[in-house]
Design a protein around this ligand. Structure first.
Ligand code: GDP
Ligand code: MG
Length: 170
């Protein structure tokens, strides 16, 4: 009962849906009400890892809404073994910021398991990012790419299932 533990970061601009993604994966819920996260906090979930053939305790760290003020502390990044880079279907700035977030994480954590995630694909009629350019970015950054919706519960579990396997390779 002493399973491996991995700290997972979810980074990206404010309001792209990071807290919602964490809550969906860990508790299976979604709410439309925007709640600013108070303090650096995490939720955890035990996830079976196909490649290891055993359970891994994933600690999903959330930011305190500090991402908007560029004041994320070292405590947040320290010891992370995997990272989700998130941008929103409806937020062009969040798409442009992806490379910057990747560099920040790598500056603190070095090379760790990472994936690129487009959030809120249920809002595709309000999309400001093309399918092609999103795929191009993933290719340029050398990252696996997922389109997700927390609202429709689309691909959220898949992201973390794959991430835990990927992290095992580092
Ligand atoms: P954070 O600042 O990155 O943590 O973003 P939040 O998780 O707080 O979400 C910001 C807003 O986007 C909230 O109003 C959420 O309800 C909404 N949201 C998050 N995920 C989705 C989604 O998949 N679809 C839609 N339509 N809204 C979402
Ligand atoms: Mg949040």
């Amino acid at each position: 009962d002493f399973e491996k533990t991995i700290k997972v970061l979810i980074v990206g601009n404010g309001k792209v849906g990071k807290s919602s993604m964490i809550r969906r994966f860990c508790t299976g819920t979604f709410t439309n009400t925007y709640k600013r996260t108070i303090g650096v906090d995490f939720l955890e979930k035990v996830q079976y890892c196909r490649d290891l053939g055993e359970d891994v305790r994933m600690m999903l760290w959330d930011t305190a809404g500090q991402e908007e003020y560029d004041t994320i502390t070292r405590t947040y990044y320290r010891g992370a073994g995997a990272c989700v880079l998130a941008f929103s279907t409806t937020d062009r700035d969040s798409f442009r910021a992806v490379s910057t977030w990747k560099k920040k994480v790598e500056a603190e954590c070095g090379e760790i398991a990472m994936v690129l995630v487009q959030t809120k694909v249920d809002l595709i009629d309000q999309a400001v990012v093309d399918k092609d350019e999103a795929e191009q970015l993933a290719e340029n950054l050398g990252l696996k790419f997922y389109r997700t919706s927390v609202k429709d519960n689309l691909n959220v579990d898949l992201v973390f299932e794959d991430l835990v396997s990927l992290a095992d390779q580092y």
